[in-house]
Design a protein around this ligand. Structure first.
Ligand code: ATP
Ligand code: MG
Ligand code: FE
Length: 344
């Protein structure tokens, strides 16, 4: 099936087109530069930018893929979670297209799409797969029986998401927003064992009670305190060392718990998705630890880890291929859609 997917949950207007498990085009317009000076995404600004970018991005996707709208077999769209006003623009566009073309509409979960995009990169997802979803708003370990069925959450962050921690630490270090890629880059010049930052929920009672949960807020505070102390003493802040040591702490916990979750659930396949999956140290450490544990690892190329339309099209195509019923045309934009629900 030829499926067009629309993503507008945050600051990226994404339109992707797939044919079955083959990616034809991934067109993106981002309003990230408009948010940078505020140090975070401003919802009203994001909604307006989606409104302006939607039609041009749709046109660009179709032109680049050599696809006419009339050729499409289905439309899929992110129905949640995300910013309400931003989601609404994508959902309205998707409904209009589905009605005008007389094709089925699938309202899908943004987070499940971060997992499903791996199918257009590496082929069908082994069943079951364990997914480590690490993004700007979420950090979860998910048991995915089949990407079109509701997933089971084994654990998630009890405070900040992994991406949020990267962005906040970047701010402390005076690096631009969004901070993840800047920390990644700065860390390459630094020493990852220079500073021993805390690994939350990894030992004792905490680990017993929160085996597959994460906590990054204590780590973020520890970094901020360390930097403040340095500044007070008048010594220069070794940005590379702080970035590398912070990143090492996050990645150590994520990969340790992901491998443990695979082992304890008898799952031999780990998939990592979401914006933080673009992190070079996470990709390297996950590969090392999966190799050692006999687990096969799949991570999409960095450009497909952050928000895009291809991921939504990829999940939509799976819904069609697996014979799932379409969503109602009245489907809502659900800003707080739970991570476990695949379809609206
Ligand atoms: P969610 O998917 O939870 O709704 P989101 O869609 O805003 O949140 P994504 O686009 O999936 O988030 O990911 C963005 C996050 O990924 C940001 O926090 C960003 O800093 C982080 N990120 C992107 N690249 C890297 C990198 N190389 N290293 C670490 N973090 C990164
Ligand atoms: Mg973004
Ligand atoms: Fe996302």
């Amino acid at each position: 099936p030829l499926v067009l997917g629309i993503e507008t949950s945050c600051d990226e207007t994404g339109v992707g087109i797939v044919r079955g498990e083959e990616l034809l085009v991934d067109a993106i317009a981002s309003s990230v530069d408009e948010h940078a000076r505020f140090g975070g995404v401003v919802p009203e600004v994001a909604s307006r930018a989606h409104l302006e970018a939607m039609v041009p991005t749709l046109e660009r996707a179709c032109t680049q893929a050599g696809v006419r709208l009339a050729d499409l077999d289905a439309i899929s769209v992110t129905s949640g979670p995300g910013l309400a006003g931003a989601l609404m623009v994508g959902v309205a566009a998707a409904k209009s297209l589905a009605v005008a073309l007389g094709v089925p509409l699938y309202g899908v979960n943004h987070l499940a799409s971060h997992v499903a995009v791996d199918i257009v990169e590496h082929g069908p997802l082994p069943e079951p797969t364990l997914a480590l979803l690490v993004s700007g708003g979420h950090s979860s370990l998910l048991l995915v029986p089949d990407v079109t069925h509701d997933v089971q959450s084994l654990g998630s962050s009890i405070d900040d998401a992994a991406g949020e921690a990267f962005d906040k630490v970047a701010r402390v270090l005076g690096l631009p927003f969004p901070g993840g890629p800047h920390i990644d880059r700065a860390a390459r010049e630094g020493d990852s064992v220079a500073i021993d930052f805390p690994r939350g929920l990894t030992s004792g009672r905490d680990m017993e009670r929160h085996r597959f949960d994460f906590s990054f807020s204590g780590l973020k505070t520890a970094v901020a305190r360390w930097v403040e102390a340095r500044e007070r003493s008048g010594e220069p802040v070794p940005v590379g060392d702080v970035a590398a040591s912070f990143q090492e702490a996050v990645v150590d916990v994520l990969t340790r718990k992901a491998v443990l979750a695979c082992r304890e659930n008898g799952v031999e396949h780990l998939q990592i998705g979401g914006g933080v999956a673009a992190n070079s140290r996470l990709r390297a450490m996950a590969q090392e630890r999966c190799d050692a544990a006999g687990i096969s690892l799949r991570v999409p190329r960095p450009g497909l880890c952050t928000d895009n339309g291809a991921m939504v099209a990829a999940l939509g195509a799976q819904m069609v291929l697996k014979g799932r019923a379409p969503s109602e045309l009245s489907l809502p934009a659900d800003s707080s859609m739970p991570v476990t629900a695949v379809q609206a």
